[in-house]
Design a protein around this ligand. Structure first.
Ligand code: PMP
Length: 371
């Protein structure tokens, strides 16, 4: 994975996750609802995986519903809360959210979404949240934990505390946090979204932690799977792969954060040595250890990506999900970037085992591609 710097888009399967996935696919492919011994065994393994994930997240396992990924989890929370609370309900959110949250909010609530203000560095303002909670008494507050584009960490722990004090349900989209930073505090949130392929697990599998285990949310309707909460045959092999991936990474997170933060800071220095005084989006705020988003001094970001790809490096122009045809990004607009700047934005996102040579190699390639 030497030249791969697009981990926020997706990650390669960790070897342990691949092994767990293959083993589960070979030995435990039966339907977990089967009334024979083999079905019962899958059911037990599934329950065990739920318990292990609960331990990792600090949440009661019975609160966890396995889903098809973070998009499904985000859609289910928004749809359910909006429909349950009727036409006068308001939801507080931020302009930095992922499209899988923004789009259901727009469809279900339209003008009843109240956005929080953000600092220029790309962080939601907790003071503003406090004021808006008092003014609107929202049916839900939803904030992401870490931004997928510029990597800024959001004040979700403070928001969760504020909401708890006021008795307001709080949802955190932790798709870019889980597996990169310690999970402490996630179990205290009412709803938590996560996605396996963002941390070395398989694609198409994720989870939502619910406020209460028996809470009815609008996932998929049909059979009684997931204790009657989400219909559809459980994807036990993918669940096993996802949970194994998180178990593999969890003990390493502090070490990875301290090592990679040094390499990231060095890279920003090398980037400026190679390209001149580039603007780094989110500079001055706490950021994910793996993400650097910057505005290239000239040229079109798609051309930069293509030339870097020829040189063996995979980077992106921002989020795969919010890359709009004209190159604009709602998130970057919220951070005060002009359309012209957005067309020069490049996102680098490293992995747990990205080495100093890999980071240096990328800085060197950026310098070469410029000429
Ligand atoms: N939320 C965030 C913050 C994300 O970064 C992503 C993936 N880019 C999603 C949600 C959607 O995740 P999935 O691919 O699992 O549907």
């Amino acid at each position: 994975m030497k030249g791969y710097f697009d981990y926020n888009a997706t990650t390669p399967l960790l070897p342990a996750a691949r092994e767990a996935w293959l083993k589960a696919s070979d030995a435990f492919w039966y339907n977990a609802s089967g009334l024979y011994r083999e079905g019962g065994a899958v059911h037990r393994h599934l329950d065990h995986a739920r318990e292990r994930l609960g331990d990792l997240l600090g949440a009661d396992p019975e609160r966890i519903v396995f889903t098809g990924g973070a998009t499904e989890s985000n859609n289910a929370v928004v749809r359910s809360i909006a429909r349950r609370n009727g036409a006068s309900s308001v939801v507080l959110s931020s302009p930095l959210e992922h499209p899988s949250l923004r789009e259901p909010l727009r469809r279900e609530l339209g003008a009843r979404v109240v956005e929080l203000t953000t600092t220029e560095a790309g962080v939601c303002d907790v003071g503003d949240l406090e004021k808006k909670i008092a003014a609107h008494h929202p049916a839900l507050v939803t904030l992401m934990a870490a931004n997928n584009e510029c990597g800024t960490l959001q004040p979700w722990k403070e928001a969760a505390r504020l909401c708890k004090d006021q008795g307001i349900p709080f949802h955190v989209d932790a798709a870019q946090w889980v597996g990169k930073l310690p999970s402490e505090g996630l179990g205290e949130c009412d709803y938590v979204t996560g996605s396996g392929h963002k941390f070395g697990g398989p694609k198409g599998i994720g989870f939502l932690v619910l406020r209460e285990e028996s809470e009815p949310l609008d996932f998929l309707f049909g059979g009684p799977q997931e204790n009657g909460r989400r219909a559809g045959t459980e994807n036990y092999p993918a669940i096993e792969g996802m949970v194994t991936a998180l178990e593999t990474l969890a003990p390493r997170l502090e070490e990875v954060r301290s090592r990679q933060s040094v390499l990231r800071a060095k890279f920003i220095g090398q980037l400026r040595a190679a390209l001149g005084s580039v603007r780094v989006i989110g500079e001055g705020a706490d950021c994910l250890w793996n993400t650097v988003m910057f505005v290239a001094p000239q040229g079109d970001n798609r051309k930069w990506c293509a030339r870097l790809s020829q040189a063996g490096f995979q980077v992106s122009t921002g989020s795969a999900c919010s890359a709009i045809k004209d190159g604009s990004s709602v998130v970057l607009a919220a951070l005060g970037a002009s359309l012209e700047e957005m067309r020069r934005v490049i996102r680098i996102s490293a992995g747990w085992d990205t080495t100093e040579e890999d980071w240096e190699g990328l800085a060197g390639a950026l310098g070469n591609v410029k000429n």
